[in-house]
Design a protein around this ligand. Structure first.
Ligand SMILES: [Ca+2]
Ligand SMILES: [Ca+2]
Ligand SMILES: [Ca+2]
Length: 178
């Protein structure tokens, strides 16, 4: 069973991903994210950059989100989402299957780390409070060198999914859970 805090955190994550506010996560959300990430890179609809992002987001939908669609109606409810993650992270050796793809998408200039500016844009794409970006960034930047290394990014994202109680740095990955 998920702890109360863990469930609250995953539901917060769910609402970040349900970007069209339909009450479900679906393929449409993946398409919206592809378009938004293309926009912040000044890429046109149908451009190579947009096509590449769309492939990546559809990969995320097919290999992660849609796996939680237990009743097979083509969309993922909040309950299905929580259950899917609960099951995945029950494995102590859980490895985030999406981490490479997500990191590639967020590392807008492809230099191998996440800058403050990239982090701010990531928050804006997910309709998260951009003002909070600097605060969250400084939490996740464990060695305080002003960039999020892949290691810092991977560890925080993993903690977000796996940590059961408040206190872990990674709980901040998707902004404030409260
Ligand atoms: Ca479903
Ligand atoms: Ca970068
Ligand atoms: Ca760092």
């Amino acid at each position: 069973m998920l702890s109360e805090y863990h469930r609250k955190k995953l539901l917060h994550h769910f609402y970040c991903l349900d970007i069209d506010n339909s009450g479900f996560i679906g393929k449409e959300d993946a398409e919206i994210f592809a378009l938004r990430f293309a926009k912040i890179r000044n890429a046109e609809l149908g451009s190579e950059i947009h096509k590449d992002l769309l492939l990546k987001w559809l990969y995320i939908w097919e290999n992660f989100w849609s796996k939680a669609d237990l009743d097979g109606d083509g969309k993922v409810s909040p309950e299905e989402f929580c259950q899917g993650i609960e099951k995945a992270v029950a494995n102590p050796d859980y490895n985030d299957p999406l981490i490479e793809t997500v990191f590639d998408i967020f590392d807008l200039d492809g230099d191998g780390h996440i800058s403050q500016q990239e982090h701010r844009l990531f928050f804006s794409v997910f309709d998260l409070d951009a003002e909070k970006s600097a605060f969250v960034f400084s939490k996740l930047d464990i060695d305080q060198d002003g960039i999020l290394s892949k290691k810092e990014f991977v560890s925080a994202k993993r903690e977000f999914l796996t940590e059961k109680e408040p206190g872990a740095v990674g709980n901040w990955f998707w902004g404030s859970v409260e």
